[in-house]
Design a binder for this molecule. Sequence first.
Ligand code: IPD
Ligand code: CA
Ligand code: CA
Length: 274
Amino acid sequence: MTEFQDEMKTAAEAARVGGECLRQYFHRGVEIRDKSVTGGKSYDLVSDADIESERLIAEVLHTAFPAHAILGEESLQQGDADADHLWIIDPLDGTNNFAHRIEHFAVSVGYYEHGRAVVGAVYQPLHDDLYTAVRGQGAFRNGQRVHASTTDRLGQAMIGCGFYYDRGAMMRSTLAAIDECFSHDIHGIRRFGTASLDLCMVGCGQLDAFFEYNLSAWDFAAAALFVEEAGGQVTDACGNELPIGSTSVVASNGRLHEQVVGITTRHLPDPHPT
Ligand code: IPD
Ligand code: CA
Ligand code: CA
């Protein structure tokens, strides 16, 4: 039997269960609350949808694999990131879009074994799009194999990016990196607001590269594997392997990686996020 089939089935089921919960809340409407306050202004949002989705996802995972650890963005941040069998979940990626009724958000479910991502599922409930990957077995969108793009010229690239909630050094770095991207006459920059889906778009060949100066493990746990299985590459902004934790992220089709990392390295925020 092919490796990790049970984990993949469970990841997909959990992502769909969470996604169905989000779909219902999205149509019904839900109160959005501020999660953190930065200098008197709040950008980091949360709702009952995030919390209920996380609870339902954890229930599916726990029923299938009672001995496995779970790390999640909302009530499960205390999960053991060093566990040998670890699920990392973002129950609602793209909360800001969700809050503004923009139909672009997702559920992300990644499974790590001995510190290495081996299974990933990202689900966009409003489009019923399921992105899946198992290490060594390829990347699939709704069951169809996908591949990263093949362009090796920045001048032909469409590049995605993200801004952390920070509006200081990290925001300035991102804008400077975007500016340098444009100096290479790239086709365009996109900021869609859901990191897991941005990464999946690199895997599907829609974006040629993506960068963000600060993401959490739950944002990329599933989708970084998806990019790699689609033939792309994922590192931090300096070209190093991603840790299981908060980090900068650069994803690309592989051919553009060195050039994009060159740009993100030149504009690293000071202090560099850890
Ligand atoms: C956010 C989204 C966004 C990215 C932020 C993330 P959340 O996740 O992925 O695209 O720019 O850095 O925190 O808060 O919506 O789960
Ligand atoms: Ca997220
Ligand atoms: Ca989230």
